[in-house]
Design a protein around this ligand. Structure first.
Ligand code: PMP
Length: 285
């Protein structure tokens, strides 16, 4: 694989960053994952806007223009011949001379910027979308600024492991009795034709896929309710699903061992997945 590090395109085994990098030492970094379908970037603009917001919220400089960032994405897709997959992007506060809690001066400490591709043939046609995933619920023990897309992913990673140990696919996190989101995705339930998902706040990541899916749903005259829901309400729902850049719209057929409806993928979720894939491909660049 050819990767991008601080202005250079290199084979992945030649790419290097410092052991003092604050991304490594302090999780002082932000990231984005953009999906690629038919060799084109899905919602690049949405990801670029959210990246800027994450940087601003953490008082980090913007080390690369949006135009150059697009160019790097496209070049990596080209040289790595990605038809379907993802592009991972990470920006950290860089590597000062020593470990220190105080932020380094951006004038003397350049930020680190890394991008690499993940080749995933068959991503859009995933067989899992036909059968759905099973989730468990766990307490949400993350920090209070989940709206910022930081690389601090230890708890979500532990959540995935808890699900795996239970023989399931993922975990939905619950705070004060209400579902916040999945370990790496936004969470939804469906009642009749109504799509219910938690409203945006600092408690969840503002999913780029979420924004697009809700827009397409409204355009298709589906009812959308942005409000909190409990895990018990979710267990009684007709359908449930998750969204993210790497899963698009993925059905959830079981929560904490309770099958939703007849335990099979419903009708609203596949329709939303189809609309999302079709519409977002039309706008892909
Ligand atoms: N919530 C969390 C916690 C996530 O990590 C992600 C994916 N990075 C999402 C939601 C979905 O966001 P997006 O649709 O932008 O991929």
């Amino acid at each position: 694989r050819t990767v991008y590090v601080n202005g250079e395109y290199l084979p992945e085994n030649e790419a290097k960053i410092s052991i003092f990098d604050r991304g490594f030492l302090m999780a002082d970094g932000v990231y984005e994952v953009t999906s690629v379908l038919e060799g084109k970037l899905i919602d690049f603009d949405g990801h670029a806007v959210r990246l800027q917001r994450s940087l601003d919220e953490l008082d980090m400089q913007t080390p690369i223009s949006k135009e150059d960032l697009l160019e790097v994405h496209r070049e990596l897709v080209r040289v790595n011949e990605i038809d379907e997959g993802m592009i991972y992007l990470q920006i950290t506060r860089g590597a000062p001379d020593d470990r220190d809690f105080v932020f380094p001066d951006p004038e003397t400490t350049p930020q680190t910027i890394v991008l690499f591709t993940q080749n995933k043939p068959g991503l859009a046609n995933s067989p899992t979308a036909k059968t759905g995933i099973k989730v468990i619920s766990i307490e949400d023990e993350r920090w209070g600024r989940r709206d910022i897309k930081t690389v601090q992913l230890l708890y979500p990673s532990m959540g995935k492991m808890m699900a795996k140990k239970a023989g399931k696919d993922d975990a939905w996190m619950v705070e004060d009795g209400f579902v916040t989101e999945g370990t790496s995705n936004n969470a939804y339930i469906v009642k009749g034709n109504k799509i219910i998902t938690r409203a945006l706040s600092n408690d969840i990541l503002h999913g780029i896929t979420r924004a697009a899916v809700l827009r397409f749903a409204r355009e298709a005259q589906m009812e959308v309710e942005e409000r909190n829901f409990t895990i018990d309400e979710a267990k009684q729902a007709d359908e449930a699903f998750i969204t993210s850049a790497s899963t698009f719209v993925m059905p959830v057929v079981e929560i904490d061992g309770v099958s939703l409806g007849d335990g099979k993928v419903g009708s609203v979720t596949p329709r939303l997945r189809e609309i999302y894939l079709e519409e977002s491909l039309k706008k892909a660049i």
